[in-house]
Design a protein around this ligand. Structure first.
Ligand code: HEC
Ligand code: HEC
Ligand code: HEC
Ligand code: HEC
Ligand code: HEC
Length: 377
């Protein structure tokens, strides 16, 4: 009996220990690190940029006020950083550097709007694009039949990715989420923004507890997706797919219109929501190109064999689980928008995970991610 009590304490201790530091679901730290009641201390402003006062009594004027390396060090220590002021050092297929799973908004600084989602908060509108390419009317989320002229995408809010799009204001759309956040797993339907995957309203999946700061085939996010060969309608839980998130703004590229009726080769747009188990007997069965020990990425991220999960060319599953091996059971190797793209930014045009110009048929090389699935091209 005494042993049992000890064991329970030990487990509780280890559990609490795991909750310290960055690997914590809810916000931590002194209220005053992030909030100011009157925006005044000894007569000076308490906001990080000297302006304000700001919404939710925050010391930051927008999301990037905390989520970038310009935030005060105590805030940085507990916040996932998505914008660095110097090159985070992402190298496709081998290293994330200091960038997290979604990539980094730093890459705007290489002077190309094509390398990031030019979110409003960057104060640097996209010179080429305004409306999301492939936008289709999405009344579901109240964004309307067409994208407003010169409307930039934002971190959150009606024209943003995070939060509940029913609210125009980014902070209104995520209100309460930070203090209620949980490390969500699998396919449980969320109750709100706080328990949706990464505050992406309604999206399912498993959140890696350090946002893939450390990452390998066993240690990563679990993306939820649905195989479209068997399911054709967008009802829950299909709307929980990470592809549906992208499809909310890029609907045409997400099969809402184009290949609803004709699923399968030959395709007219690159498939997503398509399970590679359906075509396992073809080259896809050798994902990530590890067949016969000849993987282009052998040894990186723990990859040694065919079927090993490759975090830089991720695939989704209908369980939203963290799989270290895929192509083991139907629904565990679903093509994602994120198989090829980063969500925030990358060193490459079109937010691609790799340099598309390195992709040449007949010359397989580790700089091109197409070869992770098209293992015989
Ligand atoms: C590490 C940063 C951080 C710390 C520390 C912090 N907060 Fe917050 N808080 C936020 C952010 C960000 C928001 C706004 C976004 C949201 O609501 O998710 C917020 C929103 C709030 C809100 C409005 C939304 C809600 O959850 O009801 C209240 C109230 C609040 N904080 C109180 C507190 C109190 C009290 C403390 C100290 C015990 C504290 N906060 C500490 C970051 C922080
Ligand atoms: C809330 C709407 C919205 C959502 C959701 C969204 N996007 Fe976008 N996206 C945009 C807008 C607006 C643009 C054009 C302006 C820009 O690039 O900043 C864009 C541009 C892009 C571009 C081209 C970038 C360029 O400048 O050439 C890619 C690639 C892209 N999005 C991929 C994705 C992927 C992948 C997802 C899902 C993870 C996604 N988007 C989700 C609104 C959205
Ligand atoms: C005052 C600082 C602060 C501001 C401002 C802030 N955040 Fe955060 N954010 C944090 C901290 C700290 C965490 C880590 C703890 C947590 O997950 O709540 C976090 C976590 C997150 C996460 C990860 C959630 C998850 O499920 O793992 C997302 C997404 C996010 N913030 C989005 C936003 C958006 C969007 C905004 C602007 C509308 C914003 N944040 C504004 C401090 C901030
Ligand atoms: C995550 C895996 C994955 C990645 C990465 C990937 N593909 Fe594919 N691709 C597939 C699957 C699965 C199909 C559907 C095959 C089928 O139906 O036989 C496909 C289909 C295609 C087709 C159409 C084939 C047809 O039969 O109509 C082309 C062309 C193609 N991919 C090119 C590319 C290029 C170029 C890249 C890199 C930019 C790429 N793919 C990256 C998995 C992938
Ligand atoms: C197989 C890899 C692959 C997948 C999967 C993929 N894309 Fe792309 N995407 C590309 C490439 C490569 C380009 C460059 C343009 C082209 O080849 O059409 C691109 C371009 C884009 C653009 C920019 C278009 C423009 O006009 O500038 C957007 C937006 C985009 N993709 C969104 C998505 C969304 C949303 C999904 C999921 C529904 C998705 N992509 C899935 C590889 C992919």
């Amino acid at each position: 009996m005494k042993d049992k009590v000890l064991l329970v304490w030990l487990i509780a201790f280890v559990f609490l220990g795991g909750l310290m530091g960055l690997a914590q679901a809810k916000v931590s730290g002194q209220c005053s690190s992030c909030h100011t009641m009157h925006n005044s201390q000894n007569g000076t402003a308490m906001t990080f940029d000297g302006g304000g006062p700001y919404r939710a009594l925050l010391r930051a004027n927008n999301c990037l006020g905390c989520h970038s390396d310009s935030a005060p060090s105590d805030v940085q220590a507990v916040t996932p950083l998505v914008k660095h002021s110097s090159d985070p050092g992402y190298v496709f297929g081998s290293s994330r550097g200091s960038s997290l799973a979604g990539g980094d908004f730093f890459y705007l600084q290489t002077n190309s709007d094509a390398k990031v989602h030019n979110v409003d908060e960057l104060n640097n509108p996209d010179d080429v694009l305004s409306a999301p390419p492939g936008y289709v009317s999405n009344t579901d989320y109240g964004r309307g039949s067409s994208w407003p002229t010169n409307q930039a995408v934002s971190c959150a809010g009606t024209y943003g990715c995070h939060g509940d799009p029913a609210y125009q204001d980014p902070f209104a759309s995520i209100s309460g989420a930070h203090h209620q956040n949980i490390d969500r797993t699998g396919t449980t339907q969320p109750n709100g923004v706080y328990d949706s995957y990464r505050f992406l309203y309604g999206i399912l999946g498993t959140e890696d507890n350090d946002y893939e700061a450390t990452v390998d085939k066993t240690d990563h996010n679990g993306y939820y997706a649905v195989d479209r060969s068997s399911v054709n309608s967008y009802t829950a839980p299909n709307k929980g797919s990470i592809n549906y998130l992208c499809g909310q703004c890029h609907g045409d590229f997400h099969a809402q219109v184009d290949y609803d009726t004709t699923i399968g080769s030959p395709w007219i747009r690159h498939p997503t929501d398509y399970d590679m188990n359906n075509v396992k007997t073809k080259e896809y069965g050798a994902y990530p190109g590890a067949g016969n020990g000849t993987s282009l990425w052998n040894g990186n991220y723990g990859i040694t064999a065919a079927g090993d999960y490759f975090p830089d060319v991720p695939v989704g599953s209908n369980t939203g689980a963290v799989n270290s091996q895929v192509l083991q059971a139907s629904g565990d190797a679903i093509v994602l928008c994120l198989s090829c793209h980063k969500a925030h930014g990358s060193p490459y045009d079109d937010l691609l995970r790799w340099d598309y110009t390195a992709c040449t048929a007949g010359t397989q090389n580790a700089n091109c991610g197409c070869f992770a699935c098209h293992t015989s091209k």
